[in-house]
Design a protein around this ligand. Structure first.
Ligand SMILES: Nc1ncnc2c1ncn2[C@@H]1O[C@H](COP(=O)(O)OP(=O)(O)OP(=O)(O)O)[C@@H](O)[C@H]1O
Length: 624
């Protein structure tokens, strides 16, 4: 694999776009608040144990030989009430502070993620990175909320309260105090056994759930195709196999851990702990080794010593989920953004030049190798070649969806890596197959190309893009909300995106010609709109059907990531090479259609593409 050869790749980012600190750096910002919350929660836990101690002391007075004195009892009642209230106040304060810390953390994280992901290569985002970003911003930040705002305090309380209780119980009677640790120790042992291998089991649990969801998606999305071919049962079978597999795995897992996990929960249950302490206490009291009053604190606090074991599974799960979420967020923040130039340059003109361009997605296999290409200003260059030959990848490098691994792409003499993003997209517009319209008015969707455009300019662009009549017929016209008020067909959405590109008025254009699946009427409209858009610009078009690019100034044939041939249509036909065979193959297909009958014997549609050639008609109506 070739190494990045361009100096800009290693340049530091500009000061206002500093690289994101690791997650630990963001956590450090809220560390002070988290420590305060933990201290408050620990104090609340100690205060929460105090009323039980006061009640135990009251019991000593009530069961003593002499008549209890109000002066002895009231201070204890006061201590019980005040400490109970203090525990409530401190606990609420701890929750408040931890939620403030969590709020700051979420804000800092979401801001950092938004800033960082904004600079990630668009190629990575559109090839599946978007779902990773969604997961990090929504699910993972939420998992951290549980960890920071709740689990941290729960664990503090679960550790401090039993420890405080044990200190007091040891002061009362060390023998019974030792016995009260027994359920905790036994519970920890059994729980440890139940959890052994849990990490692997959890991984398999996640994988089995993943198999169910992927086969469910496959089943739902492919059901129409499968049913059409009478294979509906097949998709169903794969889904059922996945659910059966999950059920088998889960049953086996539960069966092997059932005895130990139930045993763990049983030995730490309050009833069993009370029974144990009451029995042992009765023996001690009956033998005169301790007083009946001393048994009271054990009855009150004994169950609390073992209680944390009953929720340890849930807390461990939350901590693991939080750790996994933190790791994913860190990985996303650590993903290298596209380097930004220190001193962005502005291109002079619209000549596009590619020199020795190579690119690899995985860092091992080059999908483009040593491509040289020149797009003269105002000319149309068509990229053709078999599927997978690298057409879309080459076009995406001009849009800087990702950076070349070797060589350089320049516009107007300036390397695309030396331009700011804003400058790049002012100079290069694009209309791709996969059109994304926003949940906004139709006018605002078109205005994305130039936010300051007037209503008249928006309408003029829509007319030139052959979509005005459709928009005008909508109930709210240009104010209709996309997604709620109107759902555009693929061809219509593409014409909206052509209007957007017309308004943006970039001198260089990348078009992914996508009329192959449109009906003849829609195809003719798109081709007319594209011809209008292409007029006077430097165009790189990814051509899927050769009939539409016969008039192109230059046709470049890619094969296996290399330029196999280049020239005009007639020239390449005469050469009798790769292009000539592609043309022959597609002509045979067209001739089969032009007989007017398809394979079923039905009347077949006859396409009438306007093509991407230069025509005076095409130039009319352009808003440029
Ligand atoms: N995001 C990606 N990650 C990894 N490999 C990719 C990615 N996108 C494309 N490829 C691979 O790069 C090669 C070139 O793909 P590309 O989409 O550029 O070809 P193409 O000529 O445009 O194909 P088509 O005409 O089918 O759209 C193919 O082998 C493809 O599998």
């Amino acid at each position: 694999m070739r190494k990045p050869s361009h100096p800009v790749a290693n340049r530091p980012s500009p000061p206002d776009d500093t690289p994101p600190p690791p997650l630990r750096g963001i956590l450090r910002q809220v560390r002070g608040r988290l420590i305060t919350a933990v201290v408050l929660q620990a104090a609340a836990a100690v205060a929460g144990v105090t009323p039980f101690v006061a009640v135990a002391r009251i019991a000593v007075h009530l069961t003593g030989d002499s008549r209890p004195q109000a002066d002895d009892l009231w201070p204890l009642v006061t201590v019980a009430c005040v400490s109970g209230l203090t525990a409530l106040v401190l606990g609420s304060a701890a929750g408040f502070v931890s939620h403030i810390a969590d709020n700051d953390l979420q804000l800092a994280l979401r801001r950092r993620l938004a800033a960082h992901t904004g600079g990630l290569p668009l190629g990575w985002i559109s090839a599946g990175g978007a779902s990773q970003i969604k997961r990090a911003v929504q699910d993972d930040v939420r998992a951290l909320h549980t960890l920071v705002a709740h689990t941290l305090l729960d664990v503090t309380a679960l550790l401090v309260a039993p420890a405080a209780a044990l200190v007091y119980l040891f002061a009362v009677d060390w023998r019974l105090a030792l016995l009260s640790i027994l359920p905790l120790a036994l519970g920890a042992y059994l729980f440890g056994r139940a959890m052994s291998g849990a990490a692997a089991q959890m991984a398999e649990y996640g994988a089995a759930l993943g198999r169910i969801s992927s086969t469910a998606v496959e089943y739902v999305t492919g059901i129409a195709v499968l049913k059409t071919f009478g294979r509906g049962r097949k998709g169903h079978d794969r889904f059922l196999t996945a659910t059966d597999g999950f059920a088998d795995f889960f049953t086996t897992w539960v069966r092997t851990t059932l005895v130990t996990s139930t045993g763990a929960l049983l030995v730490v249950s309050p009833v069993l702990v009370l029974l144990l302490l009451a029995t042992a206490g009765t023996v001690l009291v009956a033998n005169g080794w301790m007083t009946g009053a001393d048994l009271v604190p054990f009855m009150l606090l004994g169950p609390a010593v073992a209680a944390p074991m009953s929720v340890v599974g849930t807390r461990v799960q939350q901590i693991r989920a939080g750790q996994a979420a933190a790791a994913r967020i860190s990985a996303l923040l650590g993903r290298p953004a596209l380097p930004q130039a220190d001193k962005p340059l502005t291109p002079k003109g619209s000549r596009v030049s590619m020199r020795g361009v190579s690119f690899s997605y995985d860092g091992h296999i080059d999908v483009l190798s040593g491509v040289d290409l020149d797009l003269k200003p105002g000319t149309i260059t068509a990229l053709v070649g078999p599927s997978g030959s690298g057409k879309s990848t080459l076009a995406s490098l001009l849009l800087r969806f990702q950076d070349v691994t070797a060589g350089a792409v320049t516009i107007g003499g300036v390397d695309v890596r030396h331009m700011s993003s804003a400058c790049l997209y002012q100079n290069v517009g694009f209309v791709l197959q996969d059109v994304r319209l926003l949940h906004a008015s139709v006018a605002d969707n078109i205005r994305l190309g130039r936010p300051t455009a007037t209503d008249e300019e928006v309408e003029r662009a829509a007319r030139a893009a052959q979509i005005h009549d459709r928009i005008a017929a909508l109930p709210d016209g240009y104010a209709t909300e996309v997604g709620t008020g109107v759902t555009f067909s693929g061809g219509e959405a593409q014409r909206v995106s052509i209007a957007r590109a017309l308004l943006a008025d970039a001198p260089v254009l990348v078009l992914d010609e996508a009329t192959a699946h449109a009906d003849p009427h829609s195809e003719a409209l798109i081709q007319t709109a594209l011809s209008t858009l292409a007029a006077g610009r430097t165009v790189l078009v990814i051509a899927h059907r050769l009939s539409t690019i016969r008039q192109a100034d230059q046709i470049v044939v890619l094969d296996g990531g290399r330029v196999a041939e280049r020239g005009g249509h007639e020239e390449l036909l005469v050469a009798g090479g790769r292009y000539a065979s592609l043309w022959k193959a597609q002509s045979t297909g067209r001739n089969a259609q032009s007989t007017g009958r398809d394979e079923t014997g039905e009347q077949a549609p006859v396409p009438s593409p306007a093509g991407l050639g230069r025509s005076d008609d095409a130039r009319e109506g352009t808003p440029r």
